[in-house]
Design a protein. Structure first.
Length: 277
């Protein structure tokens, strides 16, 4: 089956540079298949040319009815929109977050779904009450998973609507909201997958930028700040694209070193970047 990499993002200063860097590494490592970005766009706002396929989807950072400010609503909503707009292609879909980059290709054979082992999504330690409250069937099949993950288009189409409905439901439940807050959408996905009978092979394919790289991992996730004892500090939330990176220190974890190198490398290739001015 063909593999398509798909990422959901909200256009703007904060995530534009992240999806551009992701796209650059997708090309650099020769990742199989195309890259599609689902852009959660406010109203009639214009979309710039990113140089790769970008599909306009609805903006849901603030829920239109409840006024709940929760940007992760965009993720399930964007996939629902995507499936309503795009004909069935029978692909495997590799789902990433904007703040991920490829270090080497994700090789996948067959149609078995694979998801990232995610400890803070443990169904027994963290989500027992959430599952009891919201899961309608197959509660014992809810898994400790997150992105990156790969899944067949058929399976994700079956999950998407329930994923969105459960996100709304969990955010609207005061107890669940208090218990899992920012990761309601992640629990919604895991519960929806279990209800639909989709069982993932759980692996680690992704290193974090605040730890040393695992040579078997094909992605880096830089969601956490990268710091070292010698004083190096870098955080995606404070980075202004495409300004020079702070001077690298020898004791920076190798994951952080790799992100540093990729950003500096890409800065030199971006048309109009500070390097090329």
């Amino acid at each position: 089956m063909d593999v398509r990499t798909v990422v959901s993002f909200e256009p703007g200063v904060y995530q534009d540079w992240q999806v551009e860097l992701l796209a650059y590494t997708h090309r650099k490592v020769g990742q199989e298949g195309p890259l599609t970005a689902l852009a959660s766009v406010r109203g009639g706002a214009a979309l710039k040319d990113y140089g790769f396929e970008v599909i306009r989807t609805r903006w849901m950072s603030k829920h239109p009815l409840t006024k709940d400010l929760y940007p992760p609503y965009n993720k399930p909503a964007s996939f629902c929109d995507y499936f309503n707009m795009v004909p069935y292609r029978g692909e495997m879909l590799l789902l990433l977050d904007p703040d991920m980059v490829f270090m080497k290709p994700w090789d996948h054979n067959g149609d078995e779904p694979v998801a990232e082992a995610t400890m803070y999504m443990d169904p027994v330690k963290c989500g027992k009450n959430v599952i009891k409250r919201h899961c309608k069937r197959n509660a014992d099949k809810v898994q400790s998973i997150g992105f990156p993950l790969i899944i067949s288009e058929e399976e994700l189409r079956a999950i998407a609507d329930r994923w969105y409905i459960l996100t709304e439901e969990m955010r609207g439940n005061r107890v669940t909201h208090r218990e899992v807050n920012w990761v309601c959408e992640m629990w919604a996905f895991s519960v929806a997958a279990a209800e639909c009978g989709v069982e993932f092979k759980v692996e680690r394919r992704c290193s974090f930028s605040n730890e040393n790289l695992n040579s078997d991992h094909c992605l880096i996730h830089y969601t956490y700040p990268t710091m070292s004892r010698s004083g190096f500090s870098w955080d995606k939330r404070k980075y202004k694209p495409w300004t020079p990176m702070p001077k690298l220190r020898p004791d920076v974890p190798t994951g952080g070193q790799a992100i540093h190198q990729l950003i500096e490398e890409y800065r030199g290739l971006v048309s109009g970047s500070v390097v090329n001015r």
